[in-house]
Design a protein around this ligand. Structure first.
Ligand SMILES: *Cc1c(COP(=O)(O)O)cnc(C)c1O
Length: 425
């Protein structure tokens, strides 16, 4: 028995499924999840002393690699001054100023402790601001596990084939309208029928949670135009894409200005941070300025704020995104060559440092085309890569992430492993 197997057996006795977030359990790919003992740069070591090249990066936050020294130092320094105050501190102002500088559509921002809280709160504010009830989300997009958004969701919900979730009352999702992604006509139809009741449209501007799916040319422009026309708010859920696909997120990459933006992952440098922000007139609905209530005991936590500031500061380094793009393009090109050895179709899709190998014919543009992929082939590929020391997201409907800590040597080793792994799938 390996140490990971031992720990997993113990974990399953005291934690549902042995994990604190479902996709970690490897249910979609089989085998035992690796218990991580330490992580450094683009690698982590499991409880059995084996090192892996990591393309999960804690599901997105680790754009600088693990144990990035400036972040660790910032946390250490902050910790010596106390770990939580429940009173305002300078770190909150520092991080807010950075976020607003990097994302000009955000005029005011509120920090929370997770992406889930960010999307949940943004929708509450959108409903409070507009006085409307209905919300549009897109099939296969994942916005965290808040009740009203847990319908036709991507990520682990998709992987486990859960249509929605027991425990989410029909009344809670009764005002959530699910529309196909990349389908302008479908949203037009909803706007026609429900426009006057529509508080917000929430979207992953580049989807990561059904695997990496880019918006069709003109699609985000259409979302912007339709929401403006019916007077509903456009919410970009950039919890994954923020500071990832470009320094200013997908909104910078595609030149679209949403009314509200949700952030998470990278913004906390690996500590639990989420944020929502946008137009000042909308954000001023939030208590204590306005009547929409939203609060958090640990919100604006000084350790998390310090980690976030250090992480964002490092993104400002000259050539950061150019280097990340070059590494990611090298990986894509290598995987494309390697995939020729696969037994069936493989569709590689990438936006910046987010990449997915779909085991099916492309292009993958929405949830029906993603869902049609062969998850059994993906599972064989995943395990073949794992056996060769390459750690990919353990499910087909997820994006892999390249970090700035990956080097050409590690990318090339990954491509070499993939040439063998694709041959098994
Ligand atoms: C990860 C993610 C969330 C949820 O964030 P948590 O911190 O896990 O609650 C929300 N939206 C998107 C797009 C995400 O990728």
């Amino acid at each position: 028995m390996t140490r990971s197997e031992e720990l997993f057996a113990r974990a399953q006795k005291v934690i549902p499924g042995g994990v604190n977030s479902p996709v970690r359990a490897f249910k979609a790919v089989g085998g035992t999840p690796r218990f991580v003992e330490r992580a450094e740069g683009c690698r982590f070591r499991d409880a059995d002393g084996r090192w892996y090249i990591d393309y999960v990066g804690s599901w997105g936050p680790m754009i600088h690699g693990h144990a990035f020294p400036p972040v660790i130092e910032a946390i250490h320094k902050a910790a010596t001054r106390g770990t939580s105050y429940g009173a305002p501190c300078e770190g909150e102002v520092e991080l807010a100023e950075r976020v607003i500088r990097l994302m000009p559509s955000i005029e005011k921002v509120r920090f929370v402790s997770s992406g889930t809280e960010a999307t949940m709160s943004a929708l509450r504010v959108a409903r409070g601001f507009t006085g409307r009830r209905k919300v549009v989300k897109f099939e296969g997009c994942y916005h965290g596990h808040a009740d009203l958004l847990l319908v036709s969701a991507g990520s682990g919900v998709a992987t486990l084939g859960i249509p929605g979730s027991p425990g989410v009352p029909e009344g809670t999702v009764g005002d959530t309208i699910v529309v196909r992604y990349n389908d302008v006509a479908a949203l037009e139809a909803v706007a026609e029928e429900h426009g006057a009741d529509l508080a917000a449209v929430i979207v992953e501007p580049v989807v990561g949670n059904m695997g990496c799916v880019a918006p069709n040319p003109g699609y985000l422009e259409a979302l912007r135009a339709i929401t403006a026309r019916v007077g509903s708010l456009l919410i970009f859920d950039e919890v994954m894409t923020g500071f990832r696909v470009a320094r200013g997120g997908a909104q910078e990459l595609y030149g679209i200005k949403p009314d509200l933006t949700c952030l998470g992952k990278i913004i906390g440098g690996g500590l639990p941070v989420g944020a929502y922000g946008g137009r000042a007139d909308v954000m001023d609905c939030v208590a204590p300025v306005g009547p929409v209530y939203q609060a958090g005991t640990l919100s604006g936590n000084p350790l998390a704020m310090a980690a976030g500031c250090a992480a964002l500061d490092a993104l400002e380094a000259d050539g950061f995104y150019e280097r990340l793009e070059a590494l990611s393009a090298r990986l894509e090109a290598g995987l494309r060559r390697a995939a020729e050895r696969a037994s069936g179709p493989v569709t590689l899709q990438r936006v910046g440092s987010m990449i997915t190998a779909f085991f099916g014919p492309g292009p993958i543009v929405d949830w029906p085309s993603a869902k049609a992929c062969d998850t059994a082939r993906f599972g064989r590929f995943f395990n073949a890569m794992l056996n060769r020391g390459i750690y990919l997201p353990p499910a087909q409907f997820e994006a892999a992430f390249v970090s700035i800590a990956h080097t050409e040597a590690e990318i090339d080793a990954t491509v070499d492993a993939a040439a063998e792994a694709f041959a098994t799938a």
